[in-house]
Design a protein around this ligand. Sequence first.
Ligand code: ATP
Length: 227
Amino acid sequence: MATAKSVSNMKRAGDQVGVGLFGGTFDPVHIGHLRTALELKDALGLAEMRLLPSAQPPHRAQPQASAAHRLAMLRHGVDAEPGLAADDRELRREGPSYTLDTLAEIRAEIGPETPLCLCIGMDSLVSMNQWHHWREFTDYAHIVVAARPGWHLPKTGEVLEFVRAHRVEEAAALNTGPAGKLLIVEMTLLPISATGIRQARARGESIRYLVPDSVIEYINQNQLYNT
Ligand code: ATP
């Protein structure tokens, strides 16, 4: 089994200057997303973690709720926590939304010095070579990989080579430059999925304590996920 610092044992990175990005469909946002985003923000010493809803997920089925509803739910979800924010740029963009364009745009906005961390799951890292111009991500950002205990890297191939070329062991290394490094952080993720929440809702079951109350209120008001 591969090893990495677990998020609870990590030496805090310190400075609180960087920006983190946590992408997803958020159909709907749930406390698994919010808790992970906050733990990563603190462990990496970031000033803010932005949750970025995706417009047209390239590799998966279309979301059930509209982009406007997903964004509204996300805004309710992050509202109570000043360190978290919703970033709607991919929803405003016409056509397919590429991560590289998002990173380049944010880099232009925050300037060349500020650390920028693209946070992804190990499942995304393993298939990252299918993303548009993926090797260039580290020109604009660090990559932080949240890995469940027991995780494995691919045994061979270009993703493994990429990890070897960029990997650092300590979060503090991300604050020594704006981009270019890759950190694997071991985390126990809450066993919650948006799919499970949509299914529970369609069966008429309660989703309380899986989703923030304000998001449940929005779901009820707008009659979302009833079927
Ligand atoms: P779905 O069930 O519709 O596939 P999901 O719950 O997996 O949705 P996404 O919006 O697809 O949520 O995920 C956004 C990001 O959050 C992804 O990087 C995903 O790996 C991560 N994520 C999903 N579920 C959890 C969880 N329980 N805890 C922490 N992170 C999660």
